[in-house]
Ligand binder design. Structure first.
Ligand code: FAD
Ligand code: PYC
Length: 416
């Protein structure tokens, strides 16, 4: 059923009891043309574009938990495209373009809100790095501008720009087109649209092995619901990518770290934009429910535990209170962690692999939510055509062998 004014009105008269299920929950078939491992935003978007743009509908998305329960449902939803290198600018700006009408395309309100993302500079080095990003972006036709401390405060009135604090604000880079979206809605919207096109989404089904034939090509997977055959497999498992790729005998250049976030009690609308401080590992926005959504830097040790060290969030809250003194008495309600997959150059891997039929989309680390539509779009192309889309061609696995790195350590913000 399509969402429309008429369908909302009709269902209002039946106390909203008439809505059908938003996606089907079938048992797995014996085989599919393509299996996607991982029903996060990137996996679901890949399945959707395989069906919508390449006519490949015999697709299963296999998820060990519930869809959107990984980093997709745990992130702080910041969307921007102000990366340094041309390769990344093209990829992240492609995603930013797709965000613009994603709600209409999916017929599902993903609540994309381009309220502006402002990245603060606190040291001379920060100022130099930030200005370099602003100039690089503007050369590439990507929106970004430099603000003085006073202009930064005018854009975000709660910001403390006094000079005598630990982290004085020396300026800021502002991408006005950046913003936020509702993370769950992105997963649900892609799931609903993919399912309507025939994609099977199979939850509570963990992949335990990748099967290969005598020629080394993939032939399918083993799962907790039994074996499923496929000639093509796309692994989109974020923090668990190394584990899944290890099942095919591939060692990935990835480290998995916990990354934490927390939300406050709901407040009246008070915070008009998104503010990030990469130097002090703190970022903040206000959700439509009213809670302050606050994120920290990565924990300093590798782990698969979806919690994290208390000292990390304490450090972030100290910094937030200094930058926004009006929040000192706000109470925090919940905190959680996600497991982020970090590459040595802080850029993703979206590529074919040395194993025939096996494709991988990973390494988004602390910053993949913003890329969800673009990542799914180009990864579907890569799987369907057996060759990369021009926008993901540089994001190979081989770059870690041949040295063609795409170093985004500064733009990736919290992935230090
Ligand atoms: P996921 O949503 O994690 O999906 C992967 C799925 O694979 C999971 O559902 C998992 O259960 C499944 N899986 C794993 N192993 C198996 C298996 N063996 N069998 C079957 N299924 C399996 N990015 C931004 O752009 N902006 C932000 O503001 C931002 N903030 C963040 C804040 C936090 C606290 C965290 C943790 C991350 C943040 N990120 C942010 C990063 C972003 O969340 C991720 O890069 C992005 O969501 C990754 O999406 P995904 O679909 O690849 O992964
Ligand atoms: O990549 O913009 C980002 C981000 C913000 C918080 C975590 N990641």
């Amino acid at each position: 059923m399509r969402f429309s004014f008429a369908s909302l009105l009709r269902n209002a008269f039946s106390a909203h009891t008439g809505w059908p299920e938003q996606w089907r929950s079938p048992e797995p078939k014996a085989a599919y043309d393509v299996i996607i491992v991982g029903a996060g935003g990137h996996g679901l978007a890949t399945a959707y574009y395989l069906a919508a743009e390449h006519g490949i509908t015999n697709v299963a998305v296999v998820e060990r938990g519930w869809l959107g329960g990984g980093n997709t449902g745990r992130n702080t939803t910041i969307i921007r495209s102000n990366y340094l290198w041309e390769e990344s600018e093209a990829l992240y700006d492609h995603a930013l373009d797709l965000w613009q009408d994603l709600s209409q395309v999916l017929n599902y309100n993903v609540m994309y809100s381009p309220r502006g993302v402002m990245m603060l500079a606190h040291t001379v080095h920060d100022v130099q790095v930030s200005k370099r990003h602003v100039h690089a972006n503007r050369l590439a036709g990507i929106q970004n501008e430099w603000l003085s401390p006073e202009e930064a405060k005018a854009f975000c009135p709660p910001l403390n720009i006094s000079r005598d604090i630990r982290y004085p604000v020396m300026g800021a880079a502002l991408q006005r087109k950046g913003g936020v979206a509702r993370h769950d809605a992105v997963a649900w919207g892609y799931a609903r649209a993919a399912s309507a096109l025939g994609v099977d989404i199979i939850q509570n089904c963990e992949v335990t092995a990748i099967r290969r034939g005598p020629d080394g090509a993939v032939t399918g997977i083993e799962t907790t619901k039994g074996p499923i055959g496929a000639k093509k497999i796309g692994v989109v498992a974020a923090g668990h990518t190394s584990v899944v790729m290890g099942m095919a005998g591939l060692r990935m250049p990835l480290e998995s770290y916990p990354l934490q976030a927390l939300v406050s009690e709901p407040l009246k609308p008070v915070f008009p934009c998104v503010v990030m401080s990469n130097t002090i590992h703190a970022y903040i926005s206000q959700s439509d429910k009213g809670d302050l959504v606050i994120g920290a830097g990565t924990d300093q040790y590798v782990s698969y535990s979806q919690t994290g060290g208390l000292h990390i969030t304490t450090h972030t809250l100290d910094a937030i209170c200094e930058l926004f003194p009006m929040f000192r008495r706000v109470r925090m309600l919940r905190n959680w962690g996600g497991i982020v997959d970090v590459t040595p150059d802080r850029s993703p891997i979206l590529a074919k692999t040395p194993v025939k039929g096996l494709f991988v989309n990973c390494g988004w680390g602390t910053g993949g939510f913003k890329a969800t539509p673009g990542s799914g779009h180009v990864f579907a192309h890569t799987i369907a055509r057996d060759e990369p889309h021009p926008k993901n061609a540089p994001f190979t696995l081989e770059r870690f062998r041949d040295g063609r790195l795409i170093d985004e350590a500064a733009a990736a913000a919290v992935a230090h």
